[in-house]
Design a binder for this molecule. Structure first.
Ligand code: A2R
Ligand code: GDD
Length: 312
C-alpha cells in the first residue's frame, strides 16, 4: 500500500510516518512546505503548498497513492485569532484545492481529512460527551474553518462518490509538539525553570476550560485504522472520551517536578472566546474499527516533560 501524507512535516506527521512505515508496512510519501525539513529516512519527500492547486494535481498524478492523509493546516486556535486570513486560506481554500484535485483524478484513493473537536464549539448542557451528529457551533476562527472543511468533504464525497472520510481529532499531545499548545508549553516552562533558565513562575492562560486529551501515538493508530475501515462521507470523533480541566493538567505536570513553582495568569494567553468544555463520544470509531486509546495521560505528560528536559 502507498500512503501520501499532505502536511507531513508537522507534529502529527512524524508519528504518522513512523506508524505507517513501521507498523503497517506502507510505502510512504510526504509533502512539506518548501521552508520545512523532514529527517525521516526511507520516505519520498515533496515540496507542496496546497494553495497552488496545479502542484497538487501534478503530485497526485506522480505519486498515485492508495491512501491520502490530509494533515496540512494552520493548526493553532490562538494563531487563528491573530491571523484569520491565513487560517481561512490554508484550512478552507487549501482543503477545497485537495478535494477539487481528487475529483479530477483517473483513480480513486481513500482520503482522510483531519478536522477538530473544536468544530463542536459551544456545546449545550446534556450534549457531552459529544457525538458526530451533534450540531456544530464553532466558537473561534480555526474551529469554523475545520467545520467548513468537514462540510466540503461530505459534499464532495456524496456528489462525486469520492472515498473521503472526515475525522474530528480532539486535543492530541506528546513529545515534539510545538509549545504553542498547552501541554508542550507548560512542560517547556517547567524544564526551563528546572534548568535555571527561567524564574520559577509558570505563565498560564485559561485554566478552567475542559478539554479531551489523547496521546498522538494513539491518534495516528486511529488514522491508520480509519483509512482502511472508515465509510466514505462519514465523520469520526477521535479522542479519549474524557475531558479534564486545564488546571488539572497543570497539577499533573507539576507533580513531576520538585521545583517550587508559582502560577501566574498571562493576559496575552487568554483568548477572546474559549468554550468551557469539549469532550468526545468515541463510540462510532470504536464500533467501526475496534480502536481505543491505550496510552495513559500521566505517561504522555511524563514523556513530554522528559522531552523538554532534553531540549532546554
Ligand atoms: O506552517 P508550517 O510551515 O509549519 O507547515 C505546516 C503545514 N502547512 C502547509 N502545508 C502545505 N501547504 C500549506 N499552505 C500549508 N500551511 C501549513 O501543515 C505543518 O507542517 C503542517 C501542519 O502541522 P502542525 O501545524 O504541526 O499540525 P499537527 O499538530 O501536525 O496537526 C495535524 C492536523 C492539522 O490539520 C490540525 O489542524 C489537526 O491535525 O489537529
Ligand atoms: N496554548 C495554551 N497555552 N493554551 C492554554 C494555556 C497556555 O498557556 N493556558 C490555558 N490554555 C488553554 C486554552 O485556552 C485552551 O482552552 C486549552 O488550554 C487547550 O489549548 P491548546 O493546547 O492551544 O489547544 P486547542 O484546544 O486550542 O487546539 C488543539 O486541539 C484541537 C482539538 O481540540 C490543537 O491541537 C488543534 O489543532 C486541535 O484541532
Amino acid at each position: 500500500m502507498k500512503s501520501l501524507i499532505i502536511g507531513g512535516a508537522g507534529f502529527v506527521g512524524a508519528y504518522l510516518i513512523h506508524h505507517l512505515k513501521e507498523d503497517l508496512g506502507h510505502e510512504v510519501a510526504v509533502t512539506k512546505m518548501p521552508t520545512e525539513r523532514i529527517s525521516s529516512e526511507g520516505v519520498e519527500i515533496f515540496d507542496l503548498n496546497i494553495l497552488v492547486q496545479e502542484d497538487i494535481v501534478q503530485l497526485f498524478r506522480k505519486v498515485r497513492p492508495d491512501y491520502i492523509f490530509h494533515l496540512a493546516a494552520q493548526s493553532s486556535v490562538s494563531v487563528s485569532w491573530k491571523n484569520p486570513q491565513l487560517t481561512i486560506d490554508v484550512n478552507v481554500k487549501g482543503s477545497v484545492n485537495v478535494l477539487e484535485t481528487l475529483r479530477q483524478l483517473d483513480y480513486k484513493p481513500r482520503v482522510l481529512l483531519i478536522g477538530s473537536g473544536e468544530e463542536y464549539g459551544h456545546i449545550c448542557d446534556g450534549e457531552t460527551p459529544v457525538g458526530e451528529d451533534n450540531v456544530t457551533r464553532p466558537g473561534n476562527i480555526y474551529a469554523a474553518t475545520k467545520a467548513c472543511q468537514n462540510m466540503f468533504g461530505k459534499i464532495y464525497a456524496d456528489a462525486y462518490q469520492l472515498d473521503v472520510m472526515m475525522v474530528r481529532a480532539f486535543n492530541h499531545i506528546g513529545p515534539n509538539q510545538a509549545p504553542l499548545f498547552v501541554v508542550a508549553d507548560f512542560c517547556k516552562q517547567v524544564a526551563e525553570i528546572e534548568a535555571g533558565k527561567k524564574e520559577a513562575v509558570m505563565k498560564v492562560g485559561n485554566l478552567s476550560a475542559k478539554r479531551d486529551f489523547t496521546d498522538v501515538r494513539d491518534v495516528v493508530r486511529a488514522y491508520g485504522q480509519l483509512i482502511q475501515q472508515g465509510k466514505p462521507g462519514e465523520t469520526y470523533n477521535i479522542g479519549s472520551g474524557h475531558a479534564i480541566a486545564i488546571e488539572d493538567i497543570l497539577k499533573l505536570i507539576l507533580k513531576n517536578t520538585t521545583s517550587d513553582i508559582t502560577v501566574e495568569t498571562d493576559p496575552q494567553k487568554l483568548r477572546p472566546v474559549d468554550v468551557p468544555i469539549i469532550e468526545a463520544d468515541i463510540t462510532k470509531v470504536t464500533e467501526a474499527t475496534g480502536w481505543m486509546p491505550q496510552i495513559p495521560l500521566e505517561q504522555t505528560i511524563r514523556e513530554t516533560l522528559d522531552y523538554w528536559r532534553g531540549c532546554v
